[in-house]
Structures are given as structure tokens and as C-alpha cells.
Design a protein. Structure first.
Length: 700
């Protein structure tokens, strides 16, 4: 620990922004709740130890790996704002066994805006209930007795002020992808999935854990950006440069896609035109031996003369057929025009007959009307012949004027009868002649009209076929012309002006990106103080665990990413080295956070069973001793500026396990049901007779 001898004097943060004081699990919420576990935690080191029996005869039981360590970690993450507390199968089993169950905690949260610290009592359902509860400056017991402050998932995080911890970070988005930096991201880093097996610093969550944590568009770059932002390893000019770089990278991606499209466009266009020409030729002459044309078999071959001759021959045949169709249409149109002229002439003659008939009918009607009028006059004279005229005092029949009128009417009577008879006879003859002519004309009209319909139909059919041939002709000519054009472009890419322009823009953009990267690398050098500080911390951690001068820890911001590497004169690799590197990088960041005003980590770290990730026993024990010594050096449970929680199946070193600081906060053992985390195997179900039915999997 001589590497950290001056660490207490260098602290700028004396307590974590967030730490868990107590976790309580109970099966139901009542005034006197049935408590399953009441686990007190402290600042500094907290070990959750699931004991594993020593090897030997009769020791084949699994005792450490199914006691509930990971369930404890998931419950703790749930209390810190994660959406669920385990995989779906585990959650369903817990809900079935504890339908009224809850998990509660007492959380200490710093308000970064005011500097005030608040203790929150929180309670979240692990059964079938839906709502969570929070109460400020309270304890679990008070919250249980006065259940107020019901909140939803989103309200839970907001109410406890977890968003405030992330809002203080100087950048609120991942610049390259425009994703919001969320509390869930920091929580994922500080509470890694065991399933990730501590393979690298940027993998925090595994899909196998069904975590519900917000993911990243860039699985590596996104987490590393969040880590840098949370550690305060960005400068204002650097952020501007990152935004500029992100913009240029976005443009580069668009241009690269456009370049690829433009590269493919000539070939695609050529293939499209080729296929269209081939289809048209096959329709024109189905037996045409197109497979003999080399261009159909292989791209990039020069145009085959036989293919060109086939196209020319097809176009010539089509032109001839189009011309013949045109002549046939004109001939048909001539016949149709004559037919229409004849129809018009017959229709005109019919109208003339109708007009004459109407005139004759009118004359006969007038004649008949005159005769009728004179007959009425005669009847009137005859009617009043015996009457006397009041003026003259004589009979009307004796009146000389009446007698004269009667004589005239009697003389016209004979003429009227003869004229009417002659006119009616003549009129009937004319009518019969007109009817006969109309009948003949109508028959001729029907025939002409029928012939006209047939002629028009034939002409339309000829026009349709001609138009189809014209369409094929034009399409064949156009596609062949386009095929020749795109073939030339494929053979000579330099002639593609559009592609040349995009390539020029892409080259200029690449230069701009490289220049910006160099500028950012130069800006990173201004992090010298912070970089040296973090390098020294990581190096001291490595030297404290691997107690040999040959080992060292290296940290860099190469490629603007966080890089932690354990070295032994050279960079080392391997599963155990990678696991230890991840553990010590997390711990180094936790320590660095206490010494940097710009770093905004919450100050809590949870590692779930790192020994299971191929970490050797000797190194693992040394690691635990180091954390315990660090705990003591920094003031112990009441003054340590961070909280570190470790779950393990491996027995801690004796001096740690028996230390009066009580580093071991909970001991579990899978061989006894009472020593399981939930004091019940959730994959066993008791039936009515009290016997146990086992399900497929034990609790983790």
C-alpha cells in the first residue's frame, strides 16, 4: 500500500454520491412484515460470501454457486433503478413463491445541485404488485408503517435524483450517435453483469441476463465515450472537435454509400438494359439463338457483333412490319371513309323523303280543312232557313243574299268532293312509293353500318398491333442505346463524372477527418494531468495486487478511447490478465473519482463473482487484501469515499474474513435452505402433502 501512502490527503470527495446502507427482503408487507433478509452494508468494502465446501469424499454438492449471489446483485440493481430484478424464469419463480413480496433499502443520495445529502427509504415489489414506494429522510420501518410516495418506474429514478447525477456530466449525449447519456448507462458500468465475465472494460451487460438496460448503437465506442464523459476526460474544444468529427463521419458514411451506389449503378443499369433487350428479342423471335452471344454469358466482355446484328435485324423486321401495318391501316381507313360517305348520303335521302311526306300531308290537311269549313256553312244555312231575320222581317231562306251564298256553296260541293278524291288517290300513291324507298334505304343503311363497325374494329386491331410493334421498336432501340452507353461506362469508370465528383469529395472528407483526429489527439495531450493521475492510480493498483516490480499498469487515451493494460515489460493478455485488468480499471476509476472534481461517478461499484472469470486464487486473494487495506486507509466504514460490493464463492483471505471491520456482510450456503438468500429454493414447490417437487434449475 506504499503506492497510496498520500491518498487520504489528495481526496476532494469525502463520501460517495450514492451508496446503499441497508437491504431488506420480506415476503409480505404488513404492520409486522415477515422479513426474509435484513442486510446492512457500509461504505468501503462489502463482501457477500456464498461458502463453498472443501474438496473431499462426499463433497459433491453445489454449495456456492446456487445460494443467491447474483439474485442479490440483481435486487440491488433493481433498487438502484433497473427495470427488473432477474431473468424472466427467475422473476416468475420468485413471484410465484412470494406473491406479496417486496425488497426495500435505505439509500444515501447526494444532491449535486445543492450539496445536500438525503436518506431515502425505498420499497419495490418482487411479487405481483406493481408500484414502488419512496420516502425522503426515512427508514424502511417508517415507510412500511406509513406507506406513501407511490411511484412508477420513470418516477422512481426521477424522484430519487438519479437523473441529477448524470445531468452534471458536461456532455449529455454520445456525440457520434446522438444518444442521450442516461442513468441506466452509469448503473450498468458500476454493476457489471456476471455473464459478461469481465472480458473487457466496455462490455457491461449481456443479453443473457435480460437486463432491460438501454443499449448502444455502437457497442464499443458508446460505453467508452460514457466512461470518458463520466470521468471528466473531455475539454470544451475537444467536445466541439468530437461533434465536428461525428458530423464528418456521418457525411463520410453517406458519401461512401453514394459512391458504392454509383459504382454499382453502371453495372446495374447495363444489366437491366441487357435483360430488357434480351426479353424483347426473345418476344420478337423466340427461337433466336441468344445464348451464342458472349455478352449474355459473362459481364465485362466487349460487345459481340452478332448480338448487334440480331438487334439491327429485329429493328429492321419491326420497321417493315410497322410500315406494312401502316399501309393496311390507311387502306382500311379509305374503305371506312367511303362507308361513312354512303351512310351520310342515304341518311340525307331519308331526311328528304320525310320532308316531302310532311309537305304533302300538310297540303292534304289544308284541303280537307277548307272542305270541312264550307260544309259547316251549308249546314248552318240549312239550320236557320225557316227562321226570320229580325231586321228585315223575312225568312232567311227567302233572303236573296242567303240564296246567293247557298248557290255558291252548292257549286263548290261537287268540286270539293272531286278534288278530295283525286288528292287522296294521288297522296296514297306517293305514300306507298315513299314507304318502299324508305324500306330499301333502311336496309342499305343497316348493311353499311354493320360493315362500318367491322371495318372500324379491323382498323383498331391493326392500329393496336402497330402501336405494340412501335413500342417494342422504340424500347429495343432505347435499351440497346442505353446498354451500349452503360457498357462503355463499365469498361471506362474514369468517364463517370458523377462518380469522380463523389470520390473527390470523399477524399477531401477523409483528409478532413484525419486532420480533425490529429487535432483531437493534440487536445488529448492537454489531459496530461488527468491522464497521469489515472495512469498513476492504475499503476499503483496493479503493483499493489501483483507485488512485483516487474508488473505495471498502463493507461492511455489512444484513439480517444480508454485503454487499460497490465504489463510485465510488455503488454500482457489472457483470460486471467483481462479479468484482473477490468477489476483494477474499475477500482482505479473509483479511486480517481475521489480525487477529481470533474469526475462524476456515483461512487458505488458492484462486482459479481469475478473469481469465476478464470482469476487465479493467489491473485484473487491479493486483490481482496488490497481492497480491504484501501478501505482501512481511507477511514473505514464511516469515512471511505466509495462503496465497493463483491460477491464470491471463494473464501476471502483469513485476515479479511475475520477482520473486525466486518467486511463480510452476508454469508450464504446452498447446502442448507435456511442459508439461501431467500431462505427457500424457488425452484422447488411444496405440494399439499408437504413434500417437495423439484423444477429444472436451482436458484443462482
Amino acid at each position: 500500500m506504499e503506492h497510496f501512502i498520500d491518498l487520504p490527503e489528495r481526496l476532494v470527495k469525502r463520501e460517495p454520491a450514492l451508496w446503499v446502507k441497508r437491504v431488506v427482503i420480506f415476503s409480505r408487507r404488513t404492520r409486522e412484515p415477515e422479513i426474509i433478509r435484513d442486510i446492512s452494508l457500509q461504505r468501503g468494502l462489502n463482501i457477500i460470501w456464498a461458502e463453498e465446501l472443501d474438496d473431499g469424499p462426499g463433497k459433491e454438492e453445489i454449495t456456492g454457486h446456487s445460494a443467491g449471489k447474483t439474485t442479490f446483485c440483481r435486487l440491488l440493481r433493481y433498487l438502484l433503478g433497473e427495470e427488473n430484478f432477474g431473468r424472466k424464469d427467475v422473476v416468475n419463480r420468485i413471484k410465484r413463491v412470494f406473491p406479496e413480496g417486496y425488497v426495500a433499502a435505505e439509500l444515501n443520495v447526494l444532491d449535486p445541485r445543492t450539496g445536500d445529502r438525503r436518506q431515502w427509504a425505498v420499497m419495490r415489489p418482487i411479487g405481483r404488485n406493481r408500484f414502488s414506494y419512496v420516502r425522503e429522510n426515512s427508514s424502511v420501518e417508517i415507510l412500511l408503517n406509513n406507506l406513501t410516495g407511490r411511484v412508477s418506474q420513470a418516477q422512481y429514478i426521477e424522484k430519487l435524483g438519479f437523473h441529477d447525477l448524470t445531468n452534471q456530466i458536461q456532455v449529455d449525449k454520445i456525440i457520434t450517435t446522438d444518444e442521450d447519456i442516461q442513468w441506466g448507462h452509469l448503473l450498468a458500468w458500476c454493476t457489471r453483469d456476471q455473464e459478461c465475465r469481465f472480458q473487457n472494460v466496455h462490455e457491461w451487460r449481456s443479453p443473457r441476463s435480460e437486463h432491460g438496460t438501454p443499449s448502444f448503437k455502437q457497442p464499443k465506442e458508446g460505453p467508452l465515450f460514457v466512461m470518458r464523459a463520466a470521468l471528466g476526460l473531455f475539454l470544451p474544444d475537444e467536445l466541439k472537435g468530437e461533434k465536428n468529427l461525428a458530423s464528418m463521419l456521418g457525411k463520410r458514411d453517406c458519401i461512401e454509400k453514394e459512391v458504392e451506389r454509383l459504382k454499382q449503378k453502371p453495372r446495374l443499369k447495363k444489366d437491366l438494359c441487357r435483360d430488357e433487350v434480351r426479353a424483347l428479342l426473345s418476344d420478337i423471335q423466340p427461337k433466336m439463338p441468344l445464348d451464342d452471344c458472349p455478352d449474355w454469358k459473362q459481364d465485362g466482355v466487349l460487345l459481340d457483333e452478332s448480338l448487334e446484328s440480331w438487334v439491327e435485324k429485329a429493328c429492321s423486321n419491326l420497321q417493315r412490319e410497322i410500315d406494312e401495318s401502316g399501309r393496311a391501316i390507311r387502306s382500311m381507313q379509305y374503305k371506312l371513309d367511303n362507308n361513312r360517305i354512303c351512310i351520310k348520303q342515304l341518311e340525307q335521302e331519308l331526311r328528304l323523303i320525310e320532308s316531302i311526306w310532311c309537305l304533302q300531308s300538310d297540303a292534304l290537311s289544308e284541303l280537307d280543312a277548307g272542305i270541312s269549313e264550307r260544309e259547316e256553312q251549308r249546314n248552318l244555312i240549312a239550320k236557320f232557313s225557316e227562321a226570320s231575320c229580325l231586321m228585315a222581317g223575312v225568312l232567311y231562306k227567302d233572303c236573296i243574299h242567303i240564296q246567293e251564298a247557298q248557290e255558291l256553296l252548292d257549286m263548290e260541293k261537287f268540286k270539293d268532293a272531286r278534288a278530295l278524291a283525286e288528292n287522296k288517290e294521288r297522296f296514297e300513291q306517293k305514300r306507298l312509293q315513299a314507304e318502299n324507298r324508305k324500306r330499301v334505304l333502311l336496309q342499305e343503311l343497316d348493311k353499311l353500318r354493320h360493315d362500318g363497325v367491322l371495318l372500324e374494329r379491323q382498323r383498331n386491331e391493326l392500329e393496336t398491333k402497330r402501336n405494340q410493334k412501335l413500342d417494342i421498336f422504340h424500347r429495343l432501340k432505347q435499351n440497346w442505346k442505353a446498354f451500349v452507353k452503360w457498357h462503355a461506362v463499365v469498361e471506362n469508370a474514369e468517364g463517370n463524372e458523377e462518380l469522380k465528383k463523389e470520390m473527390k469529395d470523399l477524399s477531401a472528407l477523409h483528409d478532413g477527418i484525419e486532420d480533425t483526429k490529429k487535432e483531437l489527439e493534440a487536445l488529448i495531450q492537454k489531459h496530461e494531468h488527468c491522464r497521469e493521475h489515472l495512469t498513476q492510480t492504475f499503476s499503483s493498483c496493479v503493483r499493489s495486487v501483483l507485488r512485483s516490480e516487474r508488473y505495471d499498469g498502463l493507461f492511455s487515451l489512444k484513439n480517444r478511447e480508454l485503454n487499460f493494460q497490465i504489463s510485465k515489460g510488455f503488454a500482457m493478455n489472457g483470460e486471467a490478465v483481462e479479468t484482473l485488468s477490468v477489476l483494477l480499471s474499475d477500482l482505479s476509476c473509483l479511486i480517481f473519482n475521489t480525487m477529481s472534481k470533474n469526475s462524476l461517478l456515483p461512487g458505488i461499484m458492484l462486482h459479481d463473482s469475478p473469481r469465476e472469470a478464470d482469476l487465479g486464487m493467489r491473485i484473487y486473494s491479493s486483490y481482496i487484501r488490497f481492497v480491504a487495506e484501501l478501505h482501512v486507509m481511507l477511514g473505514g466504514k464511516d469515512h471511505c469515499p466509495f462503496q465497493y460490493i463483491l460477491t464470491t464463492t471463494t473464501a476471502p483471505p483469513k485476515e479479511v474474513a475475520e477482520n473486525p471491520n466486518r467486511f463480510v456482510r452476508l454469508r450464504l450456503n446452498a447446502s442448507h435452505e435456511e442459508e439461501l438468500l431467500l431462505k427457500r429454493n424457488i425452484f422447488h414447490q411444496r405440494n399439499e402433502q408437504g413434500t417437495i417437487n423439484a423444477f429444472s434449475l436451482p436458484e443462482r
